[in-house]
Each structure stands twice: as structure tokens, then as C-alpha cells.
Design a protein around this ligand. Structure first.
Ligand code: BMA
Length: 328
């Protein structure tokens, strides 16, 4: 692989399926989709838009489980192979020293990343409207809630896996209180995970599949060509929103500078589990595992706001595709 990955460890047990013979797509779906069904735990109506990370030679994650009262909750999951998951039936209860922000009304669309000495979880958190909640954990048993990163209304808070310019760095997508018919990606830094500033504009909408709004997806991956940011884009059809995903390359030290971004999408709702469900026509990536030795990538995405799916790619091919099919 000519592409160099930075700070990406070996992950030989990454879930993986070779690209099907005769197919030329850069991203291909698991033949086992959906890998997590909507009723994988007794309390759930749907399990989707979820984040997983390598954990002690196996895998762990934070899952969006909407329960049968249709409350949006976060649940811990564990897996030996990244395919077969054991999810806690009860939602995560965050430990929070600040009573003013401790009330958990709803949480959804989690992301998880290891930074320096612990895992950080971010999610869309109710605080008089949706904003970016945050917590840390080391064991996926105890979660310590931090200050919300921003004021409402904001969603899709995605951390970088290392400090940039000495600060924590996060992408986010300011929004409204509802289903937000707009949305650009911004960048912010914090020295202490309490005070966020140095806000920079990253990118907004383009034509076609990304014409209504865009939002960062999995944790960006550091490569010799820039940060690889997989992101979702939304098109408004006469039948409602359609969520697809593409990717961009961001400058390594000034990640608000977009070097390349895909004009065509990488994956869009084509399969029946993506086009039918609680919200039809949604593919929503929240996590990507990468094996630093081989460049194999496994992308976890929610389908139709109902189930959790896997797709695969080779990171060097994806970077190549982004560069060759770019319109910034
Ligand atoms: C967004 C979020 C996502 C969801 C998507 C499609 O606003 O709520 O969780 O997948 O809408 O319904």
C-alpha cells in the first residue's frame, strides 16, 4: 500500500469480506446485512447509527437503541468478531457530577474514539434541544459524562483521534430543533474539553446526493494524503430525505481545509433493508475500523433508522477514488 496510515494500529481480526467477484464498487456491503437486527434485545424497536471500536483484542461499542416506547437511548455492546454482538438490554446510565446537565432525556447517533488514555463518546444529547453530549470510559461499564460541547442546536459531533494544535478537535453540524433542512460541517477546538472555540467552517452542501445537508460520520482517519472523513449527505426527494455517504480529504494540521471531496456518493440506499424501515432511504455511517497493516476497512452504518449494517472498502482505493472523483 503506497498510502501511509498514521496512528492506525494492526487489526488482524477486523470483520472482513472480500469484494464480490465481478463488482467494481469502492464500498461493498456485507452479505450478512443487516448484521444487527432491530430486535436484537428485547427492549428495542430498532438498533442503528452506532459506533464500535477495537477493545482488548475484541470489539466494544455504543449503540443507538430506540426502545418500544420510542425513546432514543444508548446501550453498550460487545463482540468477539465485530459481527455477533451482545448488547445490554438496559441503557447506559452516565455518571455526571453536574446536576444541571445530568438529566438524560434522549441520546442518539453516538461516536466513539480513543484519545491518549481513554475512550471518548459523543452523541446527540438533549439539553433543551439537541446538542453534542460527551462522556469518557475506559471499560464500557462506567461512563463519566462531561460538559456538553456546544449550545443547542447541534448534531453529529465527531472527534479527531488526536489533539490538533495541542487541542481536542471536533467536527459538528449546527442544526435546528427538528429535522433540519440545512446543515454544514464546522470544526472547533478545546484545550480542556470544557471550553470550545476557534470555530472554523469546513464544508457545506453541493449538488445531488449532498444538496440539502452534510454531516461527519465515522472518526476521521489520518493518512499521508490528509484526514479521510467519511460523511453523510442528504438529498430532498419528492418522497422525503435520502441519506447517502461519501468521503473527503482534509488538511492534516488545518482540518477545516477541504482538499478533495467526492462528487458521486460511495454508498446510497439501494438494498431493501436501506429503502424500507422506520425511516426509508437512510444509510448513516457512524464508525469505521481500519487494519493498519492491510488497509482493510469495515464501516458500520445504520439502515433505514432500523438496523445496523456493515460495508467494506480498502482505504487506499477509497482515497484514490476521492482524489479522482473530486469536486470541492
Ligand atoms: C437525522 C438523525 C439520524 C437519522 C436521520 C434520518 O436527523 O436523526 O439519527 O438517521 O435523521 O432519520
Amino acid at each position: 500500500m503506497a498510502l501511509k496510515l498514521v496512528n492506525v494500529g494492526a487489526l488482524p481480526n477486523i470483520p472482513w469480506e472480500d469484494r464480490p467477484a465481478g463488482m467494481s464498487e469502492v464500498v461493498w456491503r456485507s452479505a450478512n446485512n443487516p448484521v444487527i437486527k432491530r430486535n436484537a434485545i428485547p427492549s428495542s424497536n430498532s438498533i442503528f447509527n452506532s459506533a464500535v471500536v477495537p477493545f482488548k483484542g475484541e470489539f466494544a461499542g455504543v449503540f443507538r437503541c430506540d426502545n418500544r416506547a420510542r425513546h432514543m437511548q444508548l446501550h453498550t455492546g460487545r463482540s468477539k468478531d465485530g459481527y455477533h454482538w451482545t448488547l445490554e438490554n438496559d441503557p447506559i446510565e452516565f455518571e455526571c457530577a453536574e446536576p444541571e446537565i445530568a438529566h438524560f432525556e434522549y441520546g442518539y447517533d453516538p461516536r466513539v474514539v480513543w484519545i491518549e488514555d481513554r475512550y471518548y463518546v459523543t452523541w446527540c444529547n438533549w439539553f433543551h434541544g439537541p446538542t453534542i453530549g460527551a462522556a469518557t470510559t475506559t471499560d464500557f461499564k462506567t461512563y463519566t459524562q462531561l460538559e456538553n460541547a456546544f449550545l443547542p442546536f447541534n448534531r453529529n459531533g465527531v472527534l479527531f483521534p488526536r489533539k490538533i494544535n495541542g487541542n481536542f478537535a471536533m467536527l459538528s453540524r449546527p442544526s435546528d430543533n427538528g429535522h433540519t433542512p440545512f446543515g454544514d460541517i464546522f470544526y472547533s477546538e478545546s484545550p480542556d474539553f470544557v471550553y470550545w472555540g476557534k470555530h472554523r467552517y469546513v464544508m457545506g452542501t453541493k449538488g445531488g446526493w449532498q444538496s440539502t445537508k452534510v454531516g461527519a460520520g465515522p472518526i476521521p482517519i489520518e493518512t499521508s494524503e490528509g484526514w479521510l472523513m467519511i460523511y453523510h449527505g442528504v438529498l430532498t426527494s419528492c418522497n422525503g430525505y435520502v441519506y447517502s455517504f461519501g468521503a473527503a480529504l482534509l488538511d492534516l494540521e488545518k482540518p477545516w481545509k477541504v482538499i478533495y471531496r467526492t462528487e458521486p456518493y460511495l454508498l446510497a440506499p439501494w438494498e431493501s433493508y436501506e429503502t424500507a424501515g422506520d425511516v426509508p432511504n437512510v444509510t448513516f455511517p457512524c464508525a469505521a475500523l481500519v487494519d493498519g497493516d492491510t488497509g482493510r476497512m469495515a464501516i458500520y452504518y445504520g439502515a433505514a433508522d432500523t438496523v445496523t449494517c456493515l460495508a467494506f472498502a480498502k482505504i487506499d482505493e477509497m482515497v484514490d477514488f476521492v482524489k479522482k472523483n473530486s469536486k470541492v
